[in-house]
Design a protein around this ligand. Sequence first.
Ligand SMILES: *Cc1c(COP(=O)(O)O)cnc(C)c1O
Length: 393
Amino acid sequence: METQTQFFRDTWVEIDLDNLFKNVKQIKEHTPKDIAIFAVVKANAYGHGDVQTAMTALEAGVHGLAVAFLDEALSLRRKGIEAPILVLGATRPKDVKLAAEHHISLTVFQEEWLKEAEKYLSASDLLQLHIKCDTGMGRIGVRSIEELKSIERYIENQPIFQFEGLFTHFATADELDTSYLEKQYSIFKEMMASLEKLPKYIHSSNSAAALMHKKTHFNAIRIGIAMYGLSPSMEIKNKLPVQLSQVFSLHSRLVHAKELLAGDKVSYGATYESEETEWIGTLPIGYADGWIRKLQGQEVLVNGKRCPIVGRICMDQCMIKLPEKVATGTKVTLIGRQGDNVISMDEVAAKLETINYEIPCIITNRVPRIYIRNGELIEVSNKLLSSSGLTPR
Ligand SMILES: *Cc1c(COP(=O)(O)O)cnc(C)c1O
């Protein structure tokens, strides 16, 4: 394996593309055949790696990809991805030419935007558009039938625009109480019914809606979190109709272990004090990697056993309390499995009083990602060195 030559620090994220493939396959099996699945790979695929995730999801049979911003779509095109890509967020009118050139579909929700955008396109261009309806999320989208109809008319009368999709987004699809979702669903149905002509794609489901509420499928779904093997919320975690496996795990190695005597202190502020003779290990990961200071007290796995982080987490390092003397170089798992013991994304999210979505996103680019496919290491992505000439990629 080439790993040693491609990163030089003992902290890494492992992306299990086999689990990703299995998750997509399961979601596919749970979804009627005529429904197009868009894999949501925004934010570098929730920190998992955009192109590797996209390629594996496409291999597993998704129809297309969705991202938040045009830059993310262009990044995928530059890496050779040819599948349909939809930008879910707002794009500046002056950038639409790039989208048209690269066959990237954009989201529209203002007539003014169309009037501005057409100035940047020539007669030979074709810009594919999805109209976003705000049915209760209050983020972006058309809020009235009149607005929707006039945007539809504008698109249909301008040959450089193609009306490709209509969509909305649910605010509470991950909750057991479905009343607000029902409200949004019926508003969306009404908006859809007001159209002169239905576009190719009609979509409203994120992972939670797609898995829990089949009627929200229309003819396309947008799957993010479930593909990464995580539940959209704790509330529906035990109700999901598919068995998901976590894709992202985080590991490090002990770079030092020492015996402290009672009264010895650890880290900034000298806030941790040994009560007795204790083995303290040092890990080369800290808050600059997204392993933030609030994770003090969180447990990690060493030789399959849980060990707490003690003392304040530093920018690049943190300390753990070991049950006994452990050799330097021993693998430490911060998120993931060692033997029968697991530290799940949900556990780390709970410790940080947040949702699992946020955790892989905040593990920064300083931490290399290694990719496993068919049980083998297939790629190391080290953003620090990828443009330095030190690595082949
Ligand atoms: C991020 C996002 C999704 C994916 O949501 P998950 O809960 O991760 O499945 C779908 N649609 C839109 C508009 C989004 O912004």
